[in-house]
Design a protein around this ligand. Structure first.
Ligand code: AMP
Length: 569
């Protein structure tokens, strides 16, 4: 049995390890040391998650609950805790300091714990599960009590890691890449095999256990499972149609619909719809689920498509209208009447018990056409195979005229690569003038906006380090209604609050327009956006979609080469 104390000690060592290779071997050692039952838990914990990525469960602890639990466990007041947060800027350090300051006379569980058995990682996980399950009236109190129990069973140092885990942000520098390499190293499985298994199962804990029990062969055997979403295949930008054709040759051309990605799992009569972020959103989209049931003629299938909201003239409606439908829990039927959706299905990854991701696109396409009948609010749209740039240009113009975003240029021989943004799917749309950036911080407003978070700090992604690098702030383009909704959303994501400044868990993605990308020493990315404004809150996008630092660099370079600024071209 691994105690949470041992886990915390390992975290401390990993946190202080400078290079990623050494870090990987530390994580590998940890994974080898723990018992088989604990391995999935520790694998998730070490990368700062409590539940696997495919699961929509989350611990559900925000700053308010955490501060209250720390206050109760330490005997300090909530404002003392807030003061510590201001000083340390980190929830973990705050927890350590708060508990260390605990008044000596206070008889809590931990005062006599020196002798008592340690709490195990398993017990910590079970508490987090209980916290995640509590909902409705009284859930706040129950969450605080559960956290308090955990904090009282631990030394101040352990409390630091527990507090960070409670907000699913462990901050020891271990991300998916390091865990993937550590599993490979610990259980002698090729990195690519681990990577592929993760993309298919979305569960690093399961991959680790399988690697330990059955080695490479067993990990290779991990495959698609119905009702468990796989990562979506993603597209790269094609600078021009000609360059795309030069790379792919004869290509499969499809319209790029302006909508929201949906992964559809049909398991007999059961239909589950997953968003781009792999959340189960079936209950928000009953008409799509019904159409799948009626028009997809297969016992079981996993399909990929784009849900769109069309107006009475057959043109796509504003993206905000579509967003009103996604993840809606209340008034589903009335909103469905106001904003009916249809689905364009463009790929198939699984059919009647057989995984198809290694089958070339052309073959997948013919299987798709053989099992999906076009019907009310469901269609498999046209796909043209050609290498004729003029013909492709014609399709591109048609797509734009119809109000869609552009075209997809796909390699007909390519497999379906979950989670990959590779060269087999290219997207061509009018010169890019927006960026998808993740919100990492905010500031409380002033004057009329005192109760709202009014200005948001944005970041791009650095794939080399896995970190998010600040690129500036956006404070315009918001309606009052949007600000109030965003403030409510972000309140649950507060990691640290200090004065009017707030650090947020990176989760929400803003699509922002701007005049120009500039070099800047003010932000860690080395770039800043001139006149950024919010275009859309991209509820449908996930952290994988955040623009990379390489992309910003490339845009900056193109902007200079062309001597134009990308927002006006
Ligand atoms: P982007 O969101 O700009 O990265 O573009 C890729 C997205 O286009 C995909 O994630 C889909 O949501 C969407 N899309 C629309 N039509 C298609 C299509 N025919 N094939 C693939 N993706 C499509």
């Amino acid at each position: 049995m691994t105690s949470f104390r041992e886990f915390s000690q390992a975290c401390k060592i990993i946190e202080a390890t400078p290079g990623s290779l050494e870090m990987t071997s530390q994580v590998a050692e940890l994974l080898k040391r723990v018992s088989p039952e604990e391995l999935p838990i520790v694998t998730h914990f070490v990368m700062g998650e409590v539940f696997p990525a495919w699961s929509s469960r989350e611990v559900g602890v925000g700053a308010g609950i955490l501060y209250a639990a720390l206050a109760r466990s330490s005997g300090l007041s909530v404002s003392d805790i807030e003061g510590l947060i201001r000083d340390t800027g980190d929830i973990g350090e705050t927890a350590v300091k708060a508990l260390a300051k605990k008044s000596k006379g206070q008889a809590t569980f931990s005062s006599f714990l020196e002798e008592a058995p340690d709490i195990s990682v398993h017990e910590v996980f079970e508490r987090f599960q209980a916290i995640s399950r509590s909902s409705g009236k009284g859930s706040q109190t129950s969450k605080i009590k559960n956290l308090q129990y955990l904090f009282n069973c631990a030394t101040p140092e352990e409390v630091g890691y527990m507090a960070r885990l409670a907000v699913e942000d462990l901050r020891i520098g271990v991300g998916e890449g390091i865990v993937r390499d550590a599993i490979a190293l610990a259980f002698t499985v090729p990195v690519a095999t681990v990577e592929r298994a993760f993309m298919l199962t979305n569960d690093m804990g399961l991959v680790a256990s399988t690697a330990r029990e059955g080695g490479p062969e067993a990990v290779e055997g991990l495959g698609l499972q119905l009702n468990r979403p796989i990562r979506m295949m993603l597209a790269q930008i094609a600078p021009t149609i000609e360059s795309a054709i030069a790379g792919i040759g004869e290509a499969a051309i499809e319209w790029k619909f302006d909508g929201a990605r949906l992964q559809i799992h049909k398991d007999g009569d059961r239909v589950t719809l997953y968003s781009r972020k792999l959340e189960d959103i079936s209950s928000s989209l009953p008409e799509i689920a019904a159409s799948i049931g009626k028009y997809v003629h297969a016992d079981s299938a996993i399909l990929d498509g784009e849900a769109v909201a069309m107006d009475e003239n057959g043109r796509p409606r504003a993206f905000q209208d579509l967003l009103r439908r996604l993840r809606r829990k209340y008034d589903v039927d009335s909103t469905a009447k106001e904003v009916p959706l249809s689905i364009n299905i463009f790929d198939i990854m699984y059919l009647n018990g057989e995984g198809l991701i290694d089958v070339p696109l052309v073959k997948r396409r013919s299987l798709l056409e053989s099992c999906v009948e076009n019907g009310d609010s469901i269609q498999v749209d046209r796909q043209v195979i050609t290498s004729d740039a003029e013909e492709i240009n014609g399709i591109y113009t048609e797509a734009l005229r119809a109000g869609h975003e552009g075209i997809m240029i796909k390699n007909p021989q390519s497999p379906y690569s979950p989670g990959k943004r590779g060269k087999n799917w290219l997207k061509k749309k009018p010169v890019m003038e927006t960026l998808d950036l993740v919100v990492i911080g905010a500031e409380w407003g002033y004057g009329r906006r005192t109760n709202f978070m009014g200005s948001y700090a944005l970041a791009c992604h650095d794939p080399k380090t896995g970190r998010f690098l600040p690129v500036g702030k956006v404070a315009t383009g918001f309606s009052d209604e949007q600000l109030s909704e965003l403030t409510a959303t972000f309140t649950d994501l507060i990691v640290v609050q200090s004065g009017t400044k707030i650090e947020l868990k990176p989760q929400v993605i803003f699509e922002v327009a701007f005049e120009e990308i500039q070099r800047s020493t003010n932000y860690e990315s080395g770039y800043a956006l001139r006149f950024p404004r919010l275009v859309n809150v991209r509820d449908d996008k996930s952290l994988e979609d955040v623009e990379t630092i390489d992309r910003l660099e490339e845009m900056y370079r193109l902007q200079r080469e062309r001597g134009i600024n990308p927002s006006t071209s």
